[in-house]
Design a protein around this ligand. Structure first.
Ligand code: ATP
Length: 399
């Protein structure tokens, strides 16, 4: 087994909601610090735990994902790991060189050029000028900002700052690499390059990665801490389960009309032949048939409608679309309602929660009549924790 590079024991950090009180506590702590602060594990009025009792160990070759909603304490934990702030209680032990990409542009001196900043940051990481000289061309190439390398960093775009930051942090081959949400501002080409670089350095590095993008987290992390109000509410190597838990905190059952010309309204949608319910969300088992019953009310329809029904995952990425109807479902003069069932057999969406959007348009020219998001949600059940949107029924035979 590889050596432990990061060891965190019962780490806690409290903050105060009010600046004045915070300053007063600061003075008091300073005084009591001299005689030994005995209240470090207790909260005083207006204080709260930004980090509470977090413990973990990370070895070379491992990548820990820190996930949780806004304000959960992820960045605070990273800042403690990076030595930017001190914890109130607990202990952090880090071995080796630490590369960190924390806040956009943090760690850069804005009035210095990109090149000068590379030397500065390299020196902070503990490299000699000679070592940096050997690496600098690679860093500039990796960041793809050669044209701008002698321009002050304050004039860089946010993507350029991240490119430079990541290039320095990753090319210097640190033992520990700390990455906060920053990759979110890089363009796709750069993000792909970063992932490739992370894959290359990971065997020799321990990485702590904070992100709100679960596809990114599942792509690189082999263990997760799910945080909520400073505490770890899930911790372990079951990345799929952690992501599941993260998502179920954001179930949204509100449907909304994005566009309507008033000619047709959705009256009802129902999932048929469901397996069960959890918190009002109908459940299906993987491999079941997905059967949706729609009821529309016609107000003043003059054209034959086509129905485009699509399925979105929890990240609001479209994962599938039903073929639209090519024939009219009812002759328009017959009724003031359109009711139909649409069915897809043998659902192979992997486990997780999905939502449904619908667009009703004129069949002849696709002109929209009604567009609604989140008209229904459903959950697919399966015993294996998989992340990709499809789990394909498969058979294997040896040849
Ligand atoms: N210097 C500070 N003084 C007081 N409160 C702070 C300070 N820094 C952070 N906090 C508070 O600590 C809590 C945790 O913040 P933190 O930035 O760690 O959350 P996060 O999980 O990184 O959130 P996000 O997903 O939004 O980046 C928040 O309630 C925040 O307001």
């Amino acid at each position: 087994m590889n050596e432990v590079l990061i060891s965190v024991e019962n780490l806690s950090k409290k903050f105060c909601k009010d600046l004045k009180t915070s300053l007063w506590y600061g003075v008091k702590d300073l005084a009591s610090g001299l005689s030994g602060n005995r209240n470090e594990r207790e909260l005083r009025p207006k204080e709260f735990w930004a980090i509470k009792d977090i413990s973990f160990e990370l070895r070379r070759g491992e990548c820990l994902g820190l996930i949780g909603h806004n304000g959960a304490g992820k960045s605070t934990l990273l800042k403690i790991l990076n030595g930017l702030i001190n914890p109130d209680a607990g202990k952090v032990t880090i071995k080796g060189r630490v590369g960190a990409l924390i806040e956009l542009g943090a760690g850069f001196n804005p009035i210095l050029s990109g090149r000068e900043n590379i030397y500065n940051n390299g020196a902070i990481l503990g490299f000699t000028r000679k070592e940096i000289n050997e690496k600098i061309e690679e860093i500039i190439d990796f960041a793809e900002i050669r044209e701008f390398i002698d321009m002050p960093v304050q004039n860089y775009s946010s993507g350029m700052k991240v490119r430079l930051g990541f290039a320095v942090a990753a090319q210097m081959q640190p033992d520990v690499l700390i990455i906060d949400e920053v990759l979110a501002v890089g363009d796709l080409g750069f993000v792909l390059k970063c992932f490739k670089q992370i894959d290359t350095i990971l065997p020799k590095t321990a990485i702590v990665f904070v992100s709100h993008s679960m596809p990114m987290v599942s792509r690189i992390c082999n263990q997760i801490i799910l945080m909520d109000r400073g505490e770890s509410i899930f911790q372990g190597e079951d990345v799929g389960k952690a992501i599941d838990k993260y998502y179920t905190r954001f179930v949204d059952n509100e449907s909304n009309v994005v566009f309507t010309d008033g000619s047709i309204d959705l009256e009802d949608i129902e999932l048929l032949d469901t397996f069960g319910y959890e918190k009002n969300i109908p459940q299906l088992r993987w491999g079941d048939n997905l059967k949706l019953a729609f009821k529309f009310k016609i107000n003043s329809l003059v054209a034959i409608p086509a129905f485009h029904i699509s399925i979105f995952d929890k990240e609001q990425r479209p994962v599938a679309i039903f073929e639209p109807n090519v024939e009219e479902l009812i002759s328009l003069n017959d009724s003031d309602r359109i009711e139909f069932i649409v069915e897809h057999k043998n659902l192979q969406l992997s486990k997780g929660i999905y939502s449904i959007n619908i667009v009703v348009s004129k069949m002849a020219n696709n002109e929209p009549l009604l567009r609604m998001n989140g008209i229904a949600s459903f959950q697919v059940l399966h015993q294996t924790d998989t992340w990709p949107p499809f789990l394909l029924k498969s058979s294997y035979q040896s040849i």
